[in-house]
Design a protein around this ligand. Structure first.
Ligand code: FAD
Length: 146
């Protein structure tokens, strides 16, 4: 059993342009960097986005999650980063994913993607609720980035 595990849930405001979304390139770049970096430091999690928001769960050893989140916060591709919850957990919920994109393939999730259609608004939700949504959607339909 792993010790010193933490889980962080945040949402942020999407600063990607329509053109970025239409190309799907930036989401792919974010996922590629996440896959590369998270795997090295045993961070796992899930990400979803729509035209307005990102919501992400990061889990792993506390120093690795903190360092990863510090980098993420500086990223100009989003802004107004709000932590919804942060704290110790007994086990991982996303142990098979260095970063899962919840809800479908990048190509299916352009600007009018699943999250947009569902009216997903993480600003109105608690950390537990956002975590639950990501976890539940992941089991239904996701792109695993192991
Ligand atoms: P590279 O990916 O090679 O990027 C080099 C630098 O250029 C970085 O500073 C990067 O921020 C910047 N950059 C790259 N592309 C763009 C662009 N299109 N516009 C502006 N600046 C750009 N990283 C993780 O490691 N793990 C995660 O789980 C993770 N989740 C993220 C979630 C969201 C919503 C966002 C927006 C970013 C996320 N990132 C994540 C990316 C993170 O913010 C850093 O960009 C990344 O960790 C830097 O990786 P790197 O050092 O390999 O640099």
């Amino acid at each position: 059993m792993e010790t010193n595990l933490v889980r962080l849930v945040y949402y942020s405001h999407n600063r990607l342009s329509d053109a970025d979304h239409a190309a799907g390139v930036d989401i792919e770049a974010i996922l590629a960097a996440s896959r590369r970096n998270n795997a090295e430091v045993q961070v796992t999690g899930a990400l979803m986005f729509n035209s307005g928001f990102f919501a992400q769960v990061l889990e792993g050893p506390e120093p690795a999650v903190a360092a990863t989140f510090e980098r993420i916060q500086q990223d100009p591709r989003h802004g107004d980063v709000n932590v919804l919850s942060f704290g110790p957990v007994a086990s991982r919920a996303f142990s098979n994913w260095s970063m899962a994109l919840v809800g479908g393939a990048v190509s299916d999730r352009r600007y009018q993607g699943m999250a947009g259609e569902s009216g997903f608004d993480p600003a109105a939700l608690s950390g537990d609720r956002v975590f639950g949504i990501l976890r539940d959607l992941l089991t239904e339909d996701s792109v695993a980035v192991a």
